[in-house]
Design a protein around this ligand. Sequence first.
Ligand code: HEC
Length: 125
Amino acid sequence: MKTISTFLLLGLLFSCATKEAPTEDSFEYEEKQTPVELGEKLFNGKGNCYSCHNPEQKIIGPSLLEIGKIYKDKNGNIVEFLKEKADPIVDPAQYPAMKVNFAITKRMSDEELKALEAYIYSFSK
Ligand code: HEC
């Protein structure tokens, strides 16, 4: 009789311990992330934007500070630009070097493009 209840108890403990262990997916889903944080991740990750753009200095492409400032002044739309639906307004002479990246940005969701926009604007506040 004692052995049976010990087994029952062990079985109960074991089933509790294995249930509801959070998976990596649900962890990522629950993690709160602001658009700027997502934008930064994309900018330095799959967007590969960092290789030509620096927040404050011109490297191959204009700085994010400059892009943000000009887009605000001219009331431009960064999301439309990244979808290749709006013309360049920052440095049109260098446009071909930027154009190749639309292969990446056109595969991004609106949420991701808006996050990139929010990240760019975060430097020109
Ligand atoms: C191979 C280098 C390169 C990469 C990588 C790159 N850019 Fe650019 N980008 C440029 C150059 C050069 C310009 C200036 C030409 C222009 O204004 O279109 C530019 C301009 C821009 C502009 C201003 C466009 C305008 O109105 O003139 C935005 C916004 C921009 N880039 C965003 C991004 C984002 C977001 C990414 C990543 C998804 C990215 N760039 C990746 C080179 C690059």
